[in-house]
Write a protein of this length. Structure first.
Lengths: 318, 417
């Protein structure tokens, strides 16, 4: 029972982190039809910027300053990079963001080097908030969970209840009409890209201390974020939330289980081969669930794409 | 786009046409035969081998991206899997002393990858665009992760190694030397490049272009866009498998890094750098990238940064890639006034190159100051040793950079005219 509770909290933590990334990504996709491969790189930049700021001004200043910085950088890249590439077509756009991801990683290595940064959570949140069995739950984790929930509610409120949100929603479906009504659609695009990357920046600032700030952190989350928004349905905020939580719980549950596939095989009446080291099926017999945990989301995504290409909550085809 | 020059050349007499279209191939064969005589050093041969393998791989990737309009993020899977299979064949030959020539091995690799491609393609080519890209990404991650789990086939983290010398000697050649392998790879490079070129000329290859540009219209003409994509996909898988087999022969070891996402991304980069619009684009990309990789990486630790910057700049300013850039000069060449372009080019490109060198020098010094061991203040750059903590080299680098770029900027408008 304790283990289940711990897993639920850990999964929530990971899922909400994924959600902060995938929310921005799915917003950007539904606006411009671009799958931004550099999205996780902005997440990494958020962590590094916040680290650099926290050296001088402390953690909280980093949390406040770094995301807008990342957002401005994202908006500039949209304005001077993506918009230029947009005229060449869809594939060059994707390739551009792909190259950008490469370039950002190299620039980060150039400036900060290959090692992990000593980016730490603030002292005030460095204590165990409560205990479940023998496991303690860090206050920082809880803080992160609540922050990302607040962001989701705020985002939902802005998108559905405010004037700006309505214009954005209109520009999603009928950009031409919205432009004809006198709104500056390219500016809206730039703004959405900026906000999306700033969200990724927030995720980076929050995740940096707990998951580590190093040049590979974009790659670690890079493709899983895509999996999330594809499963949730491209362009759907709710879908992104559900899929993030699903993946969060799925991977943490798999990682902490001790299930061996051998038991399943024995259940079906198979016996292990006498000479396990020589058998061609030896990998099947030694396979355990934690081993395949990281690839479960990918299997899930491929199944979704084959069976239901618009994702769980998507309205249109990917 | 590509159909227009062809229809005009088809009007010309048949034998002249055949000579004209086979001329590049004859030149390529001669160049490949002569190259090892020019560069006899072992390291040069190694680079050439790697280059040729990359050429096959990039060409097969362009069957998807350039000709079929399918953006794949997992093409290295087919190369890697073919290579791993060949490794097993190689070990089998060694264990059982089978009388097989090494030359045949790439066919095994190609067929195995073709098999995988027929399975994956059956569901991934239903749609092009994002769905295809995402499925390829998923498969890529899946196979890369599996390669660490399924140790029987992929050998886990240390990979699988073999020995190519146990094959039946080919007229006395036992493939102990790099340059013996060179001719084998050269043979397969020519054969597969030619086959891929001919594939792009078949009705299926032509239809792949049509489906890329307008799938709806192709469907109305009675072609199944899905089947056309499927054929291109299988073909690309086959040739990627051949490239993988050559990797197995050349390096005699395959690991997870030969099929992971990084490799897939690299081949996308190479193909796009060279240019997806022309058949020879990926060849240029492969040559340039391998040279950059092997020459630049010896000189500087920052080579990936430079390559990344070059790549982003290519996408932004020359979406046709290097091949597109070259072909822009074709009209001028036909009119015979290519000579007019020389002076503006010299005026712009030389200062730009100087500026770029200045910038690179600046980056190197910055990098050295930040990351070198404490107390290590000497650095070597452009064959000069100096102290990176004094002010003079910085001034020189900044001055070169600014003058270079300023001159290039001033002369650039003349180039456009």
């Amino acid at each position: 029972m304790d283990l289940v509770a711990i897993n639920l909290i850990d999964g929530l933590f990971y899922g909400l982190l994924l959600f902060m990334l995938s929310a921005g990504l799915t917003l950007i996709f539904s606006m411009m039809g671009i799958l931004n491969f550099a999205h996780a790189s902005f997440y990494m930049l958020g962590a590094y910027f916040a680290y650099q700021i926290s050296l001088y001004l402390g953690f909280w200043a980093g949390l406040l300053i770094a995301p807008p910085l990342v957002g401005v950088l994202g908006a500039l890249i949209e304005r001077y990079g993506l918009r230029r590439v947009h005229q060449f077509g869809h594939v060059p756009e994707l390739v551009f963001t792909f190259g950008l991801a490469w370039l950002i990683e190299e620039v980060v290595k150039f400036i900060w080097g290959n090692n992990m940064m000593a980016y730490q959570e603030p002292e005030i949140l460095k204590f165990a908030l409560f205990h479940i069995g023998s496991n303690s739950i860090q206050a920082y984790k809880v803080f992160m969970i609540f922050t990302s929930m607040a962001i989701f509610i705020g985002l939902l409120f802005i998108l559905t209840r405010t004037r700006i949100g309505l214009i954005i929603q209109a520009a999603l479906s009928y950009p031409k009409t919205v432009e004809a009504l006198g709104h500056n659609v390219p500016l809206i695009f730039m703004g959405v890209f900026g906000v999306g990357t700033a969200l990724a920046g927030v995720a980076g600032v929050l995740a940096g201390p707990s998951l580590g700030t190093f040049p590979g952190m974009a790659v670690v989350l890079g493709s899983i974020v895509f999996v999330t928004i594809v499963i949730g349905g491209l362009g759907s905020l709710w879908g992104a939330l559900i899929a993030s939580l699903l993946i969060g719980w799925m991977t943490t549950a798999a990682a902490s289980s001790s299930f061996q596939f051998a038991t399943l095989l024995e259940f079906f009446g198979m016996t292990p081969p006498a000479d396990l080291d020589e058998s061609y099926l030896r990998d099947l017999w030694t396979l355990s669930l934690p081993q395949i945990g990281p690839i479960l989301p990918y299997i899930f995504m491929i199944l979704i794409l084959v069976l239901r290409p618009y994702g769980l909550f998507g309205k249109r085809d990917a | 786009m590509t159909g227009i020059p062809d229809s005009s050349s088809a009007v010309s007499p048949a034998n002249g046409n055949a000579l004209r279209s086979s001329l590049p191939w004859i030149v390529a064969v001669v160049v490949l035969l002569v190259l090892p005589q020019v560069f006899q050093a072992n390291s040069a041969i190694t680079i050439l081998n790697q280059m040729m393998i990359t050429i096959i791989f990039a060409l097969s990737y362009n069957m998807l991206l350039g000709q079929g309009g399918m953006l794949s993020f997992g093409h290295a899977v087919y190369m890697g899997v073919g290579g791993f299979f060949c490794m097993h064949v190689m070990n089998l030959v060694e264990a059982n002393e089978l009388p097989i020539w090494l030359h045949v091995l790439p066919i095994f690799g190609g067929l195995f990858s073709l098999g995988l491609a027929t399975i994956v393609g059956s569901f991934s080519t239903r749609k092009a665009g994002t769905v295809f890209a995402m499925i390829s990404l998923g498969i890529g991650e899946l196979v890369a992760a599996c390669s660490l789990i399924i140790i029987v086939f992929f050998g886990g983290e240390e990979g699988i190694s073999g020995d190519r010398t146990y094959f039946k000697p080919f007229f006395g050649v036992k493939f102990l030397q790099q340059n013996e392998v060179y001719y084998l790879i050269a043979f397969w490079t020519i054969v597969s490049a030619l086959l891929m070129y001919l594939f792009s000329r078949t009705p299926v290859g032509r239809m792949a272009n049509a489906v890329r540009d307008n799938p709806e219209r192709a469907e109305f003409l009675g072609y199944s866009a899905r089947w056309v994509r499927y054929f291109s996909f299988c073909g690309a898988g086959f040739f990627a498998g051949i490239a993988g087999a050559l990797v197995a022969i050349n390096f005699e070891i395959l690991t997870e890094t030969d099929l992971n996402l990084g490799k897939s991304g690299m081949i996308l980069l190479i193909t796009f750098l060279g240019g997806t619009g022309f058949f020879f684009g990926p060849i240029i990309g492969a040559i340039v990238f391998t040279l950059l990789q092997s020459v630049l990486s010896l000189q500087t630790e920052l080579w990936q940064l430079y390559v990344g910057a070059l790549f982003v700049a290519t996408v932004m300013f020359f979406p046709g890639g290097l091949a597109g850039l070259l072909m822009m000069h074709q009209p001028a060449m036909r009119l015979g006034n290519l000579g007019l372009l020389v002076v503006p080019y010299v005026n712009t490109l030389i200062p730009a190159a100087i500026g770029a060198l200045g910038l690179a020098g600046l980056m190197e010094m910055l990098f050295h100051v930040r990351h070198a061991a404490v107390g290590d203040i000497e650095m070597r750059l452009f064959w000069i040793t100096f102290d990176s903590h004094t002010i003079l080299p910085w001034v020189i680098a900044i001055a070169t950079m600014i003058t270079g770029f300023w001159l290039a900027y001033r002369n650039a408008p003349k180039l456009r005219e």
